[in-house]
Design a protein around this ligand. Sequence first.
Ligand code: MN3
Length: 258
Amino acid sequence: MNHHDSRSSSENEINAPLLSRREMLRLALCAPAAMALGRVGFGLDEAAAQATPAGPFKLPPLPYRPSALEPFIDARTMTIHHDKHHKKYVDELNKAVAKAPALRGKTAQELIRNLDSVPESIQTAIRNNGGGHVNHSMFWQIMEPRGGGRPTGAIAQAINGTFGSFANFQHQFNDAGAKRFGSGWVWLVSDRGQLKIMSTPNQDNPMMLGMFPIMGNDVWEHAYYLKYQNRRPEYLKAWWNVVNWDEVNKRFAASRRM
Ligand code: MN3
């Protein structure tokens, strides 16, 4: 199956930092509209999204095999996480959006950034399932087989500048993830250009608070329980072995164009 053909406009926006040649071409066709708006980066994606019919949201394919992140994340966890959990968020998001035709042209990111403009009757559904869709679409992309190691590029310098060292950053990130009570996410965000570590409950995304998520780890039990059971700190530590720093750098660059 061709991954690029299966992507909807909403996923193009979500995966904006990782553009295929085909997607670049599609975006280029919309460039005049974006230029008219005087915006670059995410503005381009929004222009592209608005130029195409919304259609239902689609589950993006995993960019690698479910076993590719072993031994750090096991294949069964990846399969259930992607094929069942992420799929459910997408299905429920589509059900919610179908109840509000006025929202049909919007991307998932636009929906969660502007929850106040969503009809109250479906606000919780959009918050949970739109958030779930955006969060997981990012999550698969910022991991890769044979990933990990030390950060590279601009994000490496920014981490050192803000947190003193990569080790300090990892320690604070893991700590915030371990302390998130119940289900949620731990994030490195850009808050108006300032790097911060934070965590959110449920499927909330930093965009709901006007911040940009540069990277995030899923600390719901479904992300680690089969292999790590109650040992969330062990999962948090192991996760650094699969981080895709190229993708994180692309997201960092995107945050600076906003
Ligand atoms: Mn999850």
